[in-house]
Ligand binder design. Structure first.
Ligand code: CO8
Length: 258
């Protein structure tokens, strides 16, 4: 499949999706989000794909929703089109791991898109922000909710009300990103993490992803109970037998996803 606003590369077990609207700092318009959903559908359907890396350019992961596309829309249009709601839900419901590899600006919808991924690896050049307040609006695909969960009320409130950007070091200190790497190592580090995930049991990976997500949706006691059930259920798969046998036999496991 060919895309106009994405570059999609396939390596063993990993799909790398690069947002590619350099003329607009990868601003998220309907075409780009439609293509991103199609690329995720393809990655979801392909059993050989075990992990996705989502990235942008050195200058911008994405500088937000496309302001030029949005600027003249009416409330009725936004509501009828469920503006970017379906795309956000598609990314939320993607069952395989997605790593955001962020260099440069991740602003507005760009910051929200990174937060929709399972974790964020940032280049030293990364800048995160929710500057929608400067445009007289608010974040629209989860920014007020997810940023607050990541960095706490005080910092989220300050960033969202003032539009201040956070650099990579502050993002790491605040728990927004898993780690910061030199810009020239960003893709290598993200692909290495993706390759490591791709070498695990895909069934265990999907269940572990669901379990961490459950921590955001439920109480501690319910989350722990769900975890115990899924932990027990993993013993139904050949991959559990293979993983534990390989440990005992001091060899590398060969996970088949069965
Ligand atoms: N939308 C459309 N075009 C953009 C955007 C954008 N968000 N950001 C940058 N561009 C364009 C510029 O218009 C410019 O194009 P042109 O050369 O044709 O004028 C080009 O990209 C380069 O940008 P700049 O010249 O401005 O580059 P600078 O290095 O001077 O500045 C900044 C970089 C600071 C990133 C600046 O471009 C900026 O402030 N951009 C807007 C950031 C912003 O406000 N983002 C929030 C948008 S609102 C939003 O995301 C709401 C989300 C709700 C739902 C989301 C669903 C996905």
């Amino acid at each position: 499949m060919s895309y106009e606003t994405l570059i999609v590369e396939q390596t063993e077990g990993v799909t790398m999706i690069r947002l590619n609207r350099p003329e607009a700092l990868n601003a998220l318009n309907s075409q780009l989000l439609g293509e991103l959903c199609a690329a995720l559908d393809a990655a979801e359907a392909d059993e050989a794909v075990r992990c996705v890396v989502l990235t942008g350019s050195d200058r911008a992961f994405a500088a937000g929703a496309d302001i030029k596309e949005m600027s003249t829309k009416t409330y009725a249009e936004m509501f009828k089109q469920d503006f970017f709601g379906a795309s956000a839900r598609r990314i939320e419901q993607f069952r395989k791991p997605i790593i955001a590899a962020v260099a440069g600006y991740a602003l507005g919808g760009g910051c929200e898109l990174a937060m929709l991924c399972d974790f964020i690896i940032a280049a030293e050049s990364a800048k995160f922000g929710q500057p929608e307040i400067n445009l007289g609006v608010a974040p629209g695909i989860g920014g007020t909710q997810r940023l607050t969960r990541f960095v706490g009320k005080s910092k989220a409130m300050e960033m969202i009300l003032t539009g201040r950007m956070m650099d990579a070091a502050e993002a790491e200190r605040s728990g927004l990103v898993s780690r910061v790497v030199p810009a020239d190592q960003l893709i290598g580090e993200a692909m290495a993490a993706a390759a490591k995930i791709a070498s695990q049991s895909p069934l265990a990976v999907m269940m572990n992803k669901e379990l961490v997500e459950t921590a955001y949706e439920t109480t501690l006691s319910t989350g722990v109970a769900v975890e115990r059930r899924l932990f027990h259920s993993l013993f139904a798969f050949d991959d559990q037998k293979e993983g534990m046998a390989a440990f005992v036999e001091k060899r590398k496991p060969d996970f088949r996803g069965s």
